[in-house]
Ligand binder design. Sequence first.
Ligand code: NAD
Length: 494
Amino acid sequence: MNYIGGEWVEGSGGETFASVVPATGETIGEFPRSTAADVDRAVAAAKEAWRDWRLVPAPKRAEVLYRFAALIAEQKDDLADLMSREMGKVKLEAAGDVQEAIDMTLYMAGEGRRLFGHTTPSELPNKFQMSVRMPIGVVGVITPWNFPIAIPSWKIAPALVCGNTVVFKPAEDTPLLAQRFVELLEEAGLPAGVVNVVQGFGEEVGEALVSHPDVPVITFTGSRETGVRVTHAAAEQLKLVHLELGGKNAILVLDDADLDLAVEGIVWSAFGTSGQRCTAASRVIVHEQVYGELQERLVARAEGMRLGPGWEEETDLGPVINRASIEKIHSYTEIGKKEGATLLTGGEPAREGELEQGFYYRPTIFGDVEAGMRIAQEEIFGPTTALIPVKDFDEAIRAANGVEYGLSSAIFTQDVNRAFRAMRDLDTGITYVNAGTTGAEVHLPFGGTKHTGNGHREAGQAALDVFTEWKSLYIDYSGKLQRAQIDTEEHPAP
Ligand code: NAD
């Protein structure tokens, strides 16, 4: 269902689409394939609701978020279970996704009593001045399926506490989780119209939202390709566009690395969520002295992974999101082979037994990869990683930076000097030392350089910049007209 102006409603066109369980191919629900007319209605409701919501004191807006966080916490296990079904990730990681939404909602609720501005002295006597954050209006929220509860919270919690209203277009692969998310917001007492959901496809609902004249802000997470389309569609109306796009993240393993730790970090980062994280490590750049041993250990670990439905406790690797994704991942296996990389393990869909019905791909490792090969340059978004041997630290940094994306990076070393050089020289928005490429916490900025985005950041204080505009206020209590920058007898030029 769509949620517009506080009512759960069908789409106006009458058509629906199915949400499919990636582990089994079964349908888990039917949702409206909405149209631009539904977007118009949702935007009108959000615009109307904004008139009052912007005037609700921020600490009161935050109270809804505190209740929302408590409700998600109560439902954590059920939501994680549903996520392992609708999206496919293993339940432990699904619970982490839900926990991230709780953390983000609590962090942003805290902003209700902060939302700090600045006060600063005036150059003139008897004059006060400050700058404050102002809400902007209706925010269009467009999200991917890979963090189906966390990512909506990264956008909707700050949008709300800052005093905006929202039209939410969730990913078409995870509509049921989006519906649950909004049901909990409703239960938390959010006034009608403050958040609206329009289910459906990107080219229909997403584009209508991006080009709607009453939506001044678009916050989008998804692929680079779609991000470019969103930017074009928003350009004519000079919208504020916030983009969080793809990654081609590298883990550097130096000759002095703790290899046990590195193996753990690589397995978690390359194969967690079946490689479908924007921060997944799809490149491992390894000093030649430890290359042989690391390769051997990684292959053994990958071959020991148990594939299965995310809700089964023994599962290490769940399915990927859909059939098209299997095809895309497999096409990169073929590309890697043609480019001359060595396929060390995996490289095919897994179809034995109960896996037959679902969308499973074996954990795949390529060896002897050159930094310029397509499998080392393009985002695959599956359980595939590329081992790139290098001769020294400088070559490792060059290889790491030689891609169009700049989201996350990691280095395993015991050498503090090289660790600090890497922190300075790796051109990414996030760098980890002696940990994998995933594991962001909600109170630090999240996002990347280069084609991973357009300069904004999600999470932390940085997120507030997406959802507010600065207003500078000057209050003159001198009782006379004082003119800044103008020389007078009282204030002659120095
Ligand atoms: P996608 O770009 O295909 O879709 C993302 C969303 O955009 C979906 O809701 C989709 O319906 C919508 N959409 C599609 N076409 C549209 C259009 N023309 N106008 C407006 N909206 C449109 O991405 P995906 O496959 O859902 O997600 C995977 C991608 O997301 C990967 O590239 C991944 O790296 C990226 N991602 C980035 C981050 C980050 O924070 N940087 C986090 C998670 C995922």
